[in-house]
Design a protein around this ligand. Structure first.
Ligand SMILES: Cc1cc2nc3c(=O)[nH]c(=O)nc-3n(C[C@H](O)[C@H](O)[C@H](O)COP(=O)(O)O)c2cc1C
Length: 334
């Protein structure tokens, strides 16, 4: 399928489509990253990796509860040394096809984030996504760095310093469970973040009424999929308001083409897809691309950039308050 009208600029990269494979879904092997690209993702994110190998939580660790998924995978990953090899191979295969490769990192302290970033930079990914929604305490879903502006900024500063002069842009991934996502977004941008990803999963609990026990082995987990969509739209909307010029990967509950349109209108520059791919595979990516194209054709929207920020009247009309309510032009999403 020809995607030419779906092309979009994200940071300095020209992406063939605005769809981004979210972290933790298919990012564990090069062939899965390639499959996402072939299906229509313009950029692909690897599974988050930390300083050392980690086996994660035992099953059940991911459950479809009806409104989406709940997962507590427990950041299972092979550790940064092995991840460098995976990313190098992914880059070699995907760069010639114009697909951006996003590494994802987590760590327990700000300094350790810097160490992991320094190591992962050896693979020369296009971008490093900093998962500050991961636990900084023993139990998963303790208070994430992303809940605290100072802690989030400290992590960002360490990662930026670690990759300084290497031409690798840093994306900071925000959590929904922060008192003010706009304040966190501004704090990390002031600390040097080149872009934002909003959002990670929302903490939740699913119970089995027959046993009275939580369904997940880890007991609680992170909610994603359709139930997350309005929360993600609000987070992206707030982050865009707080940081009018910063590129944003809008992620959370995007299941069809219209969801993607809404995410772009809320302020996303490009759109992350997680649970839809986890549940429906490559077909989800192909269908969302086709539906997005169809929506744009039906509504006479020539370019993705024409959808950016439409929910933000103050950004669209700041120079001309008398402009008609249906925008004719575009406002770039950073
Ligand atoms: C099974 C699973 C594993 C995930 N693992 C990670 C991860 O390793 N790192 C990360 O930053 N986000 C991870 N996420 C969160 C997703 O990247 C995404 O932010 C979230 O699921 C919301 O998007 P969605 O509603 O499209 O799934 C994971 C999500 C799921 C469902």
């Amino acid at each position: 399928m020809n995607h030419s009208e779906l092309s979009v600029t994200f940071l300095d990269c020209e992406l063939s489509t605005p769809l981004v494979l979210a972290s933790g879904i298919w990012g564990t092997t090069v062939s899965l990253l390639e499959r996402a690209a072939t299906a229509g993702c313009g950029a692909v994110t690897a599974k988050s990796c930390g300083p050392t190998p980690r086996s994660g939580h035992v099953n059940p660790s991911c459950v479809d509860w009806g409104g989406g998924l709940i997962n507590a995978i427990g950041l299972a990953n092979p550790g940064v040394e092995e991840e460098v090899g995976l990313l190098q191979e992914a880059k070699a295969r995907l760069q010639p096809r114009g697909i951006a490769v996003i590494a994802s990192i987590f760590a327990g302290t700000a300094a350790e984030f810097g160490d992991v970033a320094r190591s992962i930079a050896r693979a020369r990914p296009d971008f490093i996504e900093v998962n500050i929604s991961c636990p900084n305490v023993d139990s998963e879903f303790g208070e994430p760095f992303a809940a605290n502006a100072e802690a989030a900024a400290a992590v960002t500063a360490q990662v930026k310093e670690a990759v300084a002069g290497q031409d690798i842009a840093v994306i900071v991934k925000l959590a929904p469970n922060a008192p003010s996502i706009g304040r966190i977004a501004q704090a990390v941008v002031h600390a040097g973040a080149d872009a934002l990803c909003a959002i990670n999963t929302m903490p939740g609990l699913i119970l089995d009424p027959y046993s009275g026990q939580p369904v997940l082995a880890n007991r609680s987990g992170g909610i994603s999929g359709p139930a997350l969509k309005p929360i993600a739209l609000k987070a992206v909307y707030d982050a865009r308001k707080a940081c009018p010029r910063t590129p944003i990967i809008g992620t959370g509950g995007v299941t069809n083409g219209q969801d993607a349109v809404e995410m772009l209108m809320a302020g996303a520059t490009v759109v992350g897809i997680g649970s839809a791919i986890y549940l429906r595979g490559a077909a989800a990516i192909q269908t969302i691309c086709a539906e997005l194209q169809e929506w744009m054709a039906t509504h006479h929207i020539p370019r993705i950039a024409d959808l950016h920020n439409r929910a933000h009247r103050e950004l669209l009309y700041s120079d001309s308050p008398s402009t008609p309510p249906v925008p004719q032009g575009s406002v770039e999403g950073g």
